[in-house]
Design a protein. Sequence first.
Lengths: 203, 212
Amino acid sequence: MIDGKIKILVSSLIFTFCILSRGALEKLPLTHILIQLSLLICVGYLLVEEKSKKIGEGNKINDWNKGGGASLLIAIFTIAYWMLPRSIDAAISSGTMELLKFLTVPLLIGVPLKLGWGRAHPILKGFLKAQAISMLGVAAFIYIHAPIRICNSYLENAQQDLGYGFLYTAIALSIIWSAPLFLSQKIKKRTVQSFKGLAYDDR
Amino acid sequence: MSAFKANIVIILIGSLVLWFTTDGLQALTSEGARRLEVTKLRPMMPNIALETMSGAYIKLQSENGYITIVEFIYTTCPFICQVDGDHLARLQHEIKKKNLQGKVRIFSISFDPLKDNIEELSYYAKRHNADGMVWTIVRPKIEDLPDLLKAFGVIVISDEDGGYVHNSAMHIIDQRGNLTSILDSNDVQGTLKTIEQMLQGVQMLQVERIRQ
């Protein structure tokens, strides 16, 4: 319970920070997209309690979110929407779109990600991770090499900075996500050995 | 609801939302959206007064049925506006060559009217051979500037060197004062083609009226 309350507190603190730092973070596309949007996703992600991840599970007929598919799809479409340069431009030039951003990024990306991720099949998880890395790579290439300004609200070199931001994020994520797979062999061996050790001790 | 149905519904709604926000996958950037919107809505441009490089005032909407090409500049621009100036010089040359000078005019409108005084405007004109007849360098009154930029959908932001960056393009205003198309500022041939099509359209209308 305390854990849940702390999470909600942290979530609302991050949300307040995002609102207060609006002007500063939205000055550059790098901070607007990589920091503000990521933080807003965290806001939603933290809102969902561990238990509610399993809403509908067990109810075999009415489980609309079986395997987390439905909620992950909601998150994917919302991500696609906010990946459009014109959505980002609109969020800067129109107050309504700005409000829409602050609502949909936590509620339609962060929350459903949390609801779906825990229930997703490992193959689906792997597929989505690979997709995220390659998408960041493609976006990095486009933003670094585009001969035009993609957002009317931002400068061309700021756009390149965002491209490099995407690239480094892609590299970081691919290391974070793949490293355990290479190291897990060791972990497994160690676990097996310690179990064996326990078994011998018992005897 | 079964998971299968739920997924189908989400995919349908999501695809529809993306389809409509990108105008049927035609415009992913706001510049693309601006250009597409203009061809569909043909918005009326405000009929504001512009001060020319000779100190006279001229209205944005033509009383004599000219087609007006508008490019936004600031004369102290070190790079893009100068290149754009060369494109417009080429356009001016082509217009004269095709004998269209009584039908088409070009405005380079400064969005920095405080710094760009008449001397600066005429210096920019001299550098790029703007003749003052077909092609005029003009500035709006400072109080008209926000409405003007908004009407055209031009966004001006400051860069790190004390200059500006803006979505530079050729804006074509038809004989009635509607903004009908926006082309890349280096697309001289495309602009000429559009102008000729517009002039042909007018001719067709006139022929039809005579027949009636």
